[in-house]
Design a binder for this molecule. Structure first.
Ligand SMILES: [Fe+2]
Length: 183
């Protein structure tokens, strides 16, 4: 009896492990080459981490903005963080569609992101806008890099998605630069 129980205890975890591996999707399931998709996934995770820091910066700006432009900027920052939240979710779910796990801890985001946190309490409104313009410039550069990598990998799905994010950031760069009067 003891031997039988022991047998199942050792067998069942192995079976579970095997099932897990079998169910673990990889890029080939959507007709992409696993080896070419690896750099795409790495860059998407990197972009995801940067978007998280950017998102929280926007929330800080939304909460702490003061002055005559309060009503304009409070709303604009909300529009931008709402868009960033959707972008974050799309990025994570694209990584999953490519068969890998998205970063999901703040520890990973802070370690990976090149965009840095800022203190928004007491920050002048125009400096908040300039900080967001800097983030967008960084995100656009990263996204442009991913467009090249996804083109090489034949990953049109990721290419389309990231292209959308980039165009949104380009348009908002124009609007925010107009707000602070920088051509
Ligand atoms: Fe709010």
């Amino acid at each position: 009896m003891f031997k039988t129980v022991y047998f199942y205890q050792t067998l069942i975890p192995n079976l579970c492990l095997k099932t897990k591996i079998t169910n673990n999707m990889n890029a080939e399931e959507i007709s992409l080459e696993e080896v070419k998709v690896k750099p795409v996934v790495d860059h998407l995770n990197d972009l995801l981490a940067n978007y998280h820091i950017h998102y929280q910066k926007l929330r800080g700006c939304h909460w702490n903005v003061k002055g005559p432009s309060f009503f304009t900027l409070h709303l604009k920052f909300e529009e931008l963080y709402t868009a960033a939240l959707l972008t974050i979710d799309e990025l994570a779910e694209r990584i999953l569609s490519l068969g890998k796990a998205p970063y999901s801890t703040f520890n990973d985001y802070i370690k990976t992101a090149e965009i840095k946190e800022i203190q928004t309490i007491g920050l002048k409104d125009t400096l908040m806008v300039k900080a967001i313009i800097d983030d967008l410039a960084f995100l656009i550069a990263k996204e442009r890099e991913i467009l090249n990598i996804t083109a090489d990998a034949g990953d049109d799905g990721t290419n389309d998605m990231v292209n959308r994010f980039m165009q949104f950031n380009e348009k908002n760069t124009w609007m925010l630069r107009s707000f602070v009067n920088e051509d």
